[in-house]
Design a protein around this ligand. Structure first.
Ligand code: NOJ
Ligand code: CA
Length: 714
């Protein structure tokens, strides 16, 4: 790999003009830093000569120090960086980190306090953060507010979910900023652990927007470490956004001790929506991988004793119906089994057989451990034990059987949001995993957090998730966290943190559903922070929620779109979420899910429009296998798929899994067709996608015999 590194420093001391300029390497973006009246720091951002963010304030307000005004600029440093790094897994095997940097040093003459603001301009956007170096006049700070503003140039179309301190599991609103309040109110999914942000109108990040003149903007944060998660206040009259830090329940928005580096505030910008999806800016702003040896980190596909608890089969996580059982205290062997507990040895073995027969790496089993009899949430100081299996789940026998069949067991740690107790048990829990052959864990934080003064996105919890990922690494364990704060690219630094949920996932198809455009939005929003465990691959689209409570639930896609999600929702850990019995009914379509990769050498976004459609091609890591996935929202469409990204001079056989002619997510979701064609780098395929439909294509180098009789796409 060729690494080129170019760093230039220009140290300018002495007098400063009132405004400082920084441009991106390609010159398309330019940033201006200025001091407003009263020594208030501010910035603006232009793209291709037009403003995208007008002058907005910067600064931090703390109980001990007001770092929002009264500043004089005393120093300015510039640097340029152009190098490459190799992610452990991901959409690309090599990422370019190319930016120009400007660091402004601000001093308050009256207090002697110093604040640095570091700006980085990439070709695809801006990152900036606050830095408080060690200094005599400040040490401990209690954050009251961050005043960072993102002042927009108009009433952009926004793709957003309501601001909430605990959850991101909402349906998206797509509306001009002036109308989001009305629409979000209608769509707020009532959740038992919802904690709506206080104050006026707020939204979560990543926030995706499109201006009237076709500029795409994505606002988020990178490297959320030892700091509160950021929401955005929205002024829907003036179209101004500002940082809204998640408080704890005492109202404090963070506790800092110098030196401090805030997370990066990120603004990805382009006039081509495909660039937003391809952008690696958030990863670039995170620290490099902290582990020397990453050979144990292995992307994977897995099945789970899981979906049957959501669908109408009346299965439970709990072993018995005795709701007063207490983990570690009750003798579970004396309880009467409820007879509908699928996490039992015999049933898990069926899943192991299925995974083994289909080359699927792992199997997750939920409801294996003591504690599911009640769900007391924050009222109970101990909900689960992570080293004590139910009487009908034979850990050792399953370890033996899984090993014999070449399948990995995936652990489940539902903490019921009791992070404090999880930390107490963590070492025992990971040791128990290692002793029993588990190297991946799905964690969960359903409910109100213990410690009881915390939210899912407050500073203490943000540190908790990182602590878990790092401690897991000590045991060579990979983590897939559910209900954690939405990601900010930290999986670059801790690549055993393979994925998170932190959004409304596939499970919601059993609870009111996900709109047909939901997965056409997520890659522009939630996924900018990192991969999502969306749980795709639901082939049986008619559902009824647990125990038949809601008998008429359904998947809001065609069957083929479920396949395409493996491409458009990239993740190094992908669930094959449906029941084995449903896959058995569609063995030819299931082939794609068996074949599709989860780790990539390269990716090419071919078509994209937030909320409408995405088409992407990828090359499997270390293999001459390529895959294409395309999805659309409620509107059927014809995708135009070029193959110019395939290596020249060869022919290829493409197996196309497409919506049937009569397919429609609403009326005929399971209609599909499979055909094989020959393609070359010159081919351009016009491919019809049904309403909320998709296309999934697997591609291999052609061998002459196989090509016989196949049509060539010109
Ligand atoms: C919510 C998670 O998203 C889901 O996947 C899991 O099955 C339940 N919590 C129980 O832990
Ligand atoms: Ca969830």
């Amino acid at each position: 790999m060729k690494h080129s590194l170019f760093i230039a420093f220009f140290l300018c001391l002495g007098s400063f003009a009132s405004a400082q300029q920084l441009t991106s390497p390609d010159g398309n973006l330019s940033l201006e830093f200025m001091e407003q009246a009263d020594g208030v720091p501010a910035y603006r951002l232009d793209y291709k000569g037009k403003p995208v963010l007008t002058s907005g304030r910067l600064g931090l307000l703390t109980e001990e120090a007001d770092l929002t005004r009264g500043f004089k600029q005393t120093n300015l440093e510039r640097a340029s960086v152009d190098n490459y790094w190799n992610p452990v897994w991901g959409e690309y095997n090599r990422v370019r980190n190319h930016y120009n940097e400007m660091t402004v040093t601000l001093e308050q003459p009256e207090t002697g306090r110093i604040l640095n603001i570091r700006f980085r301009l990439f070709n695809d956007g801006l990152g900036f953060r606050y830095e408080l170096p060690l200094q005599r006049k400040m040490n401990y700070l209690t954050v009251k507010d961050e005043v960072t503003e993102f002042n927009l140039t108009g009433n952009h179309k926004a793709f957003c979910i309501p601001g909430d301190y605990d959850t991101n599991e909402f349906a998206y609103t797509t509306a001009p900023l002036s109308d989001i309040a009305v629409d979000m109110e209608k769509r707020i999914a009532k959740k038992s652990y919802e904690s709506k942000a206080e104050g006026g109108l707020t939204v979560q990040t990543p926030l995706m927007m499109k201006s009237e003149d076709g500029i795409y903007l994505n606002i988020h944060e990178a490297a959320l470490v030892d700091y509160a998660g950021m929401l955005l206040n929205v002024d829907d009259k003036q179209f101004k956004l500002s940082a809204h830090l998640t408080p704890d329940k005492l109202g404090k928005k963070g506790y800092l001790q110098l030196p401090v580096l805030s997370p990066w505030r990120t603004v990805i910008v382009s006039d081509d929506a495909r660039d937003i999806l391809a952008s690696q800016l958030i990863y670039n702003l995170n620290e490099p991988c902290q582990y020397e040896d990453t050979s144990w980190i292995r992307p994977m596909k897995f099945v789970g004793v899981w979906w049957e608890m959501f669908t109408g089969e009346g299965k439970t996580w709990a072993y018995s119906d005795f709701y007063q059982a207490k983990p570690g205290i009750t003798d579970y062997a004396k309880l009467k089994p409820n007879g509908h507990h699928p996490a039992n040895t015999a049933h898990v073995k069926e899943y192991i057989d299925f995974a083994s027969a289909h080359g699927i790496d792992g199997i997750l089993v939920e409801g294996w451990n003591e504690g599911w009899e009640d769900w007391a949430s924050y009222r109970k100081d101990r909900q689960f034990l992570f080293n004590k299996a139910y009487p009908d789940f034979d850990v050792k026998e399953l370890q033996r059987y899984a090993k014999e069949k070449g399948v990995q067991m995936v652990m489940h740690h539902e903490t019921a949001a009791n992070a404090a107790d999880y930390e107490r048990q963590l070492d025992e829990a990971f040791q128990f995993m290692v002793d029993n052959g588990y190297h991946a864990v799905k964690t969960g934080y359903v409910g109100y957090i213990i410690p009881r003064n915390e939210y899912h996105s407050s500073q203490w919890m943000n540190n908790h998730y990182i602590h878990v990922a790092r401690r897991a690494a000590d045991y060579k364990v990979m983590v897939n966290s559910h209900e954690a704060v939405r990601p900010t690219g930290l999986c670059r630094t801790y690549p055993n943190w393979l994925a998170q949920e932190s959004a409304r996932g596939g499970e919601f198809e059993t609870m009111g559903g996900n709109d047909p455009d939901h997965t056409c939005i997520l890659p522009f929003t939630r996924l900018k922070g990192g991969p999502m465990d969306y749980t795709p691959g639901i082939f049986e689209t008619r559902l009824s929620y647990y125990n038949g409570e809601k008998p008429n639930e359904r998947v809001h896609t065609t069957l083929v779109k479920q396949m395409a999600l493996y491409m458009t929702m990239p993740s190094p850990i992908q669930m094959i979420a449906d029941l084995p019995s449903n896959y058995a009914r569609f063995p030819d379509a299931f082939r794609f899910i068996e074949d599709v990769a989860v780790d990539w050498d390269n990716s090419w976004y071919l078509e994209a429009e937030p909320g409408d459609y995405i088409t992407v091609a990828r090359k499997a890591k270390g293999k001459n296998e390529w895959f294409v996935g395309g999805i659309t929202d409620e509107n059927s469409r014809t995708a135009t798929i070029p193959f110019s990204w395939l290596p020249e001079g060869k022919q290829y056989i493409a197996t196309i899994y497409e919506d049937g002619k009569d397919a429609d997510w609403d009326t005929n979701p399971q209609s599909y067709r499979i055909r094989k064609v020959v393609v070359t780098p010159k081919s351009v395929l016009k491919q019809k996608l049904a309403a909320s439909g998709g296309v999934a294509i697997s591609i291999k180098e052609a061998d002459k015999a196989e090509m016989k009789g196949l049509k060539t796409i010109r």
